[in-house]
Design a protein around this ligand. Structure first.
Ligand SMILES: NC(=O)c1ccc[n+]([C@@H]2O[C@H](COP(=O)([O-])OP(=O)(O)OC[C@H]3O[C@@H](n4cnc5c(N)ncnc54)[C@H](O)[C@@H]3O)[C@@H](O)[C@H]2O)c1
Length: 336
């Protein structure tokens, strides 16, 4: 099996490639990545010289490049995306280009060459839940609330449409909040851990009661592998982590796991369009494909903290860059 992984220098894509090399000794991987601010070659440092790996620098919006690469593989797994909600509120154009046009380019090439396509999507397309609402499931109506989730919703619809109109051999997965090693330090858990390591507080937006369901990127990657191999064509599969926690509870869990003081938790102003609760019912993938998360939140958090402690050389250059410092001061708080 030869697969094209797009966005494999990002957080989850790089975990997926690592999972493939560990679990499927005969698979080959081409990684197509445009190396945006979120794409980091250091995420793939341990796999760059792997004999079954090839990196191609380029964009999923590049029609000719996509067409050529898709013709060379058996399947395409799309992780490439603009993914940060706050950035989508400031400038939606890269989101529309990559998350909509880019996905359509991949679909077109897979249809042209008759290739299997798996699209990695998010639970954010379903909007927000009230405290007592049932969890999101495969038939939950779409209700995106910000430009990021709206573009991801659009891409899901494009995949579904192509399954019907052009017999695309496509599947979709919608997953909840991922965490683990290599999480870019503009995402909450990575900021929280590295801030405590730098003796800075953890900032929580609003009242901190927004609920997220946390899953490790490795568990997510294992679920995607199961879908590619055994999922039903045209189907959507939801994945969650069995770890519904408010942001304030999550921050406190980090503080406790790192032995820091409660005073390191600070509350700041809410961002616009903040969703209150995400949670996933993953019974379909569990019943059909025998998938469930392998680690608890406590285990995953401990592994993540240890990784950040042992890999300062990965995150410190990011946090010290002028682009990151500017983003942090504009979105989180003053850096002294
Ligand atoms: N992070 C989460 O919690 C989460 C949860 C559910 C679903 N998802 C989905 O999983 C996927 C991966 O998320 P992530 O957190 O790893 O994202 P990320 O931002 O860490 O990585 C995205 C990668 O895509 C690359 N990329 C961006 N535009 C590109 C383009 N035009 N062509 C080629 N490459 C491009 C970037 O360089 C980067 O390497 C996304 O589609 C996201 O919507 C993420």
């Amino acid at each position: 099996m030869k697969v094209l992984v797009t966005g494999g220098c990002g957080f989850i894509g790089s975990h997926f490639i690592r999972v493939i090399f560990a679990e499927r000794p005969d698979w080959q991987v081409i990684n197509l990545d445009a190396l945006t601010y979120a794409g980091n070659l250091a995420n793939t440092l341990d796999i760059q010289t792997h004999p079954r790996y090839r990196f191609v620098y380029g964009s999923i919006t590049d029609k000719d490049l996509v067409n050529t690469l898709v013709s060379e593989v058996d399947a395409v797994i799309n992780f490439a995306a603009e993914t940060h909600v706050d950035r989508s509120l400031m400038d939606n154009e890269p989101f529309i280009l990559t998350n909509i046009l880019g996905v359509q380019r991949l679909i077109d090439a897979c249809v042209r060459h008759g290739k299997r396509f798996h699209h990695v999507s998010t639970d954010e397309v379903f909007g927000s839940l009230g405290p007592d609402d049932p969890k999101f499931h495969e038939a939950t109506p779409y209700d995106p609330r910000n430009p990021y989730s709206a573009t991801k919703a659009a891409s899901d619809h494009l995949v579904r449409a192509a399954v019907h109109s052009h017999a695309l051999r496509g599947t979709i997965s919608n997953c909840t909040n991922n965490y683990g090693p290599y999480l870019y330090p503009e995402k909450f858990l990575a900021i929280a851990i590295t801030n405590l390591m730098e003796n800075r507080p953890i900032s929580v937006q609003g009242d901190g009661r927004q609920i997220r369901d946390w899953i490790t990127a490795r568990d997510h990657a294992l679920g995607i592998l199961a879908i590619i191999e055994r999922g039903q064509i045209g189907h959507t599969y939801m994945m969650g982590g069995d770890a519904e926690l408010s942001i304030a509870q999550t921050a406190r869990a980090v503080i406790k796991a790192m032995g820091a003081h409660e005073e390191m938790l600070k509350f700041t102003q809410d961002r616009p369009g903040q969703d209150r609760r995400y949670a996933i019912n993953y019974s379909k993938i569990s019943t059909e494909l025998n998938w469930k998360p392998q680690v608890t939140f406590e285990q995953g958090l401990e592994q993540m903290i240890r990784w950040y402690q042992e890999n300062e050389s990965w995150w410190k250059p990011i946090k010290q860059s002028s682009g990151y410092r500017k983003w942090y001061e504009e979105n989180v708080g003053r850096l002294t």
